[in-house]
Design a protein around this ligand. Structure first.
Ligand code: 9PG
Length: 536
């Protein structure tokens, strides 16, 4: 039905099934909504689907093109909407007007999407009517109102404050082994002071497992993952472990034994969850009762080994489109799976990564809210040729994380690791500092720096950073004060410029080439060789 929505200083006509007032705005209901804006807005807030997906304010006329190569789409955006040229995003959208106020439209249901088309703000649910928050006013207030309603609907994380984490990924990548990690652990122990140890958690990332799907230690961990956890815990630290429990690769034992557990499309073909580790990725169907039992048993096994900080990655795989064993909307299916996982993990700290954002709320303690950081700030190939803001890069990570800080009342926001070492890092001091300041804003502190890579002053800087708990005040969209010191993240905000004609042509060629499994494998081999050299 046609409605007139009277906000404080703004009146809109809208289409919705129902409407009731709340402070600052309305709760609207319906499967399809249209809000008629008084003018084309100055800016649109696009909210990415999963942890790594672009989240940014953009001009309404800017077209954010599909990233390249297409084979990686499931790992970067919601593949269902990747070709929509309009400003659009998952669950929530917002527009900014000339007066600086913001109109936010955010769903309280799953499988929902918002899009701006000229002066019309459209919102819809893939699965039937749901409630929507429509609020108008100062930006921080609008987002806080939405977060509060999401908390009522989906719950909040339970852990008090995030632990300080050493994570193996961003220095060693998959080149980890029991021996290497125990050496590093020993080095950190030697830096402990009488009163404190530097890190609360020693987290083992990707590289310990036999295969994606076969979550048993490989030959590089001869004492087993329980043995590793024992050694970590002897030092007074908590043991952390990475898994991607919803993914399966063809070389795994799981794939051979349980093809019937995998997500398929309407035609019965396996649904692609992307390409990584030199292999095609597939997803588990979390509506299959045997899958749920298997997930619960896996989580209990990991807890039994002694880990109580669990980083679960590539979780988007559980929410891809497909025909499920029990017909269930895709994000709801994911949320059921995550619920079973949460239950089986008991009191462990759960960090969700590569995770669809709203469907994870209330079930995890922390959420990665941006793509991976990297030793570089920006990358010409990724920015201009592949047009890909969801790949590792420090500017990409800061941009999306800052635009997701409104989630903080619901979940610990993980901005990824910070660097103190210059080894393999081309960030300048200001860029490193921005990354550190963002970690202070989030209160989530992690690094992958190796103790042996830090000189005395870098080590002192790391110690100071870990001890620092400044009073954080937000003064604007990208500006904060930390104990009164102003910090501005705006250098990370701009989207890459539009490519030139030459860049368009070479980008299309590169994107086409990179879409082949052969080229992806060659690239991975080269990267691995480079990594091995730098670790020698
Ligand atoms: C381990 C890593 C780390 C990291 C995670 C995740 O190919 N990709 O698009 C791609 C994206 C992210 C990614 C890896 C590959 O990183 O965010 O912290 O745990 O997995 O493999």
């Amino acid at each position: 039905m046609k409605l007139s929505l009277e906000f404080d200083t703004l009146t809109l006509s809208a289409n919705a099934d129902d409407c009731r007032p709340i402070p600052g705005g309305f709760i609207l209901s319906g499967a399809h909504l249209t809000l008629n804006l008084p003018a084309v807005p100055k800016n649109y807030y696009r909210h990415g689907w999963q942890s790594w997906s672009l989240t940014a304010w953009q001009e309404p006329e800017r077209v954010v093109p599909a990233p390249r190569p297409a084979i990686l789409h499931p790992m970067q955006t919601d593949p269902r909407y990747v070709h929509d040229p309009h400003p659009n995003g998952s669950w929530v959208g917002a527009v900014e007007f000339g007066d600086g106020n913001v109109l936010l439209l955010g769903a309280l249901g799953l499988e929902t999407h918002v899009r701006l088309d000229g002066r019309e703000l459209h919102a819809w649910s893939e699965t039937g009517p749901c409630d929507w928050v429509a609020v108008y006013g100062p930006e921080q207030q609008a987002f806080a109102d939405y977060a509060a309603r999401l908390g009522e609907r989906f719950g909040r994380g339970r852990a008090a404050s995030p632990p300080r984490v050493w994570c193996s990924w961003y220095s060693l990548y998959t080149e980890i082994s029991e021996k290497r990690l125990l050496d590093i652990l020993g080095d950190w122990v030697s830096f402990d002071s009488a009163q404190d140890r530097l890190f609360d958690v020693f987290q083992i990332d990707d590289g310990w497992q036999r295969s994606i799907g076969d979550w048993e230690p490989n030959e590089k961990f001869p004492s087993g993952m329980d043995g590793m956890a024992d050694r970590i815990r002897e030092t007074g630290r908590r043991a952390g472990l990475w898994l991607a429990p919803l993914l399966v690769v063809p070389s795994s034992e799981l794939y051979r034994r349980h093809r019937d557990w995998l997500l398929r499309d309407e035609k019965g073909k396996l649904v692609s969850a992307g390409f990584n580790w030199n292999e095609q990725l597939y997803a588990l169907d979390t509506t299959h009762p045997e899958v749920l039992d298997w997930l619960a048993a896996l989580m209990k096994k990991v807890r039994g080994w002694g880990y109580d900080y669990i980083k679960l990655d590539f979780l988007y795989a559980g929410a891809l489109e497909g025909k499920r064993h029990v017909e269930t909307p895709r994000e709801q299916a994911y949320r059921q799976g995550l619920g079973v996982i949460r239950q089986a993990l008991g009191e462990a700290y759960l960090l969700a990564c590569g995770a669809p954002v709203v469907p994870s709320i209330g079930l995890c303690d922390a959420l990665r809210v941006g793509p991976d950081v990297a030793g570089h700030w920006e990358h010409r190939r990724d920015d201009l040729l592949l047009r890909n803001p969801a790949v590792p890069g420090t500017r990409n990570a800061i941009r999306t994380t800052v635009n997701r800080l409104w989630l903080a009342p619901l979940v610990h926001t993980d901005p990824d690791v910070v660097y103190f070492t210059p080894r393999n890092v081309s960030l300048n001091d200001e860029q490193k500092r921005l990354l550190q300041d963002l970690a202070l804003v989030c209160g989530y502190k992690a690094t992958s720096d190796l103790p042996g890579w830090l000189d005395q002053s870098q080590r002192a800087a790391l110690t100071g950073f870990l001890a620092n708990r400044p009073r954080v005040e937000r003064s604007g969209r990208t500006t904060f004060t930390l104990d009164g010191r102003p910090v501005d993240f705006s250098p990370a905000m701009p989207l890459p410029p539009n490519p030139s004609l030459i860049q368009k042509i070479s980008g299309a060629l590169l994107g086409w080439a990179a879409n082949s499994r052969f080229m992806l494998k060659v690239n991975a081999k080269l990267e691995k060789a480079t990594l091995r050299k730098t670790l020698e």
